[in-house]
Design a protein around this ligand. Structure first.
Ligand SMILES: C[S@@+](CC[C@H](N)C(=O)[O-])C[C@H]1O[C@@H](n2cnc3c(N)ncnc32)[C@H](O)[C@@H]1O
Length: 281
């Protein structure tokens, strides 16, 4: 993110492509190393190669976490929404705990891990042997798996706590209520998934509900501050940042999402909104 200055971002909120979740396989294959590992897996069927693919996918994401560390201010927060993955390769079932791999990587980078949030998604159906439903034997022990019906919102801080002047006006204007504090700062969030009427583009980007971005932005930034989303998707983070009086920067690889992003931002553009040009590299 060479356009972003060191120590200039107050909060990063994002949801990256999830390693080993099938919908993101083709995107990760843009890395020649990952693409050739998939070919090796196809020809050898060696399930150890899947571990190498998993490592390489996280090496890719780690580049973004390193850049995030650079651009955050001292005390700035990074909030990363991620789900674990399960995959059966050649009949061998494996869990890929993306959340713990990201914690390990971010700690190596220098972040402090904070208590994280479990986002419980009520929509996921129970699975049996990795398939969609429990079927007949789903009531018999011991071969069914626990359903992955939670995603993680990992929270990290760069350096020490942020410092503010006494009576910092914007900070007081950004106050949340007691009811909001009690709900937002509890460890389990039960939020419905995104509405069912998503268009194809939104489904393809796996949008998160506005409520996820809204809570995080209001919990961890002050009005007027800068929020970054390095995996912008349909633009949810920027939209919610605008709605809540925060500045934002977003990066998105897939330029076909631009119309969807513009549609999302349009209603929130005010007279004093400054839209900086979209750069293409
Ligand atoms: C899970 S989606 C983000 C969804 C987003 N939170 C929303 O609500 O719309 C991840 C996004 O990251 C994008 N992406 C993947 N690799 C990228 C990269 N290297 N730079 C920028 N964007 C990338 C994908 O195209 C995808 O749109």
């Amino acid at each position: 993110m060479p356009e972003v200055e060191d120590g200039s971002v107050h909060l990063m909120v994002t949801s990256p492509p999830y390693p080993l979740i099938a919908m993101w396989d083709s995107l990760f294959k843009a890395d020649p190393k990952i693409s050739s590992l998939w070919s090796k897996l196809d020809t050898t069927g060696d399930s150890e190669v899947v571990r190498q693919i998993y490592d390489a996918m996280h090496e890719n994401l780690a580049k973004v976490w390193v850049e995030t560390y650079r651009v955050l201010v001292e005390g700035g927060i990074a909030a990363i929404n991620i789900g674990d993955a399960t995959r059966s390769i050649n009949g061998v079932f494996q869990l890929f705990p993306n959340h713990s791999r990201i914690i390990e990587i971010c700690e190596k980078i220098g972040f402090t891990t904070l208590p994280y949030i479990l986002w419980k998604k009520p929509t996921t159906k129970p699975k049996y042997k990795g398939k969609g439903a429990f079927l007949g034997s789903g009531f018999l022990p011991p071969n069914a798996y626990v359903t992955l019906d939670c995603e993680f919102i990992l929270l990290f801080r760069k350096g020490k706590l942020r410092k503010f002047k006494v009576n910092h006006t914007e900070r007081y204007e950004s106050k949340f209520t007691k009811a909001q504090r009690d709900e937002w700062f509890s460890q389990i969030w039960t939020l419905k998934g995104i509405r069912q009427t998503m268009d194809d583009l939104e489904r393809r980007t796996a949008v998160y509900p506005d409520e996820v971005a809204e809570r995080l932005i209001r919990m961890f930034s002050v009005k007027g501050e800068l929020v970054l989303d390095p995996f912008l998707g349909s633009g949810t983070t920027t939209k919610v940042a605008m709605k809540n009086g925060r500045n934002s920067i977003g990066f998105e690889l897939d330029s076909s999402l631009l119309p969807a992003i513009n549609r999302k931002l349009e209603p929130h553009i005010k007279d004093n909104t400054v839209l900086v040009d979209i750069l293409k590299r």
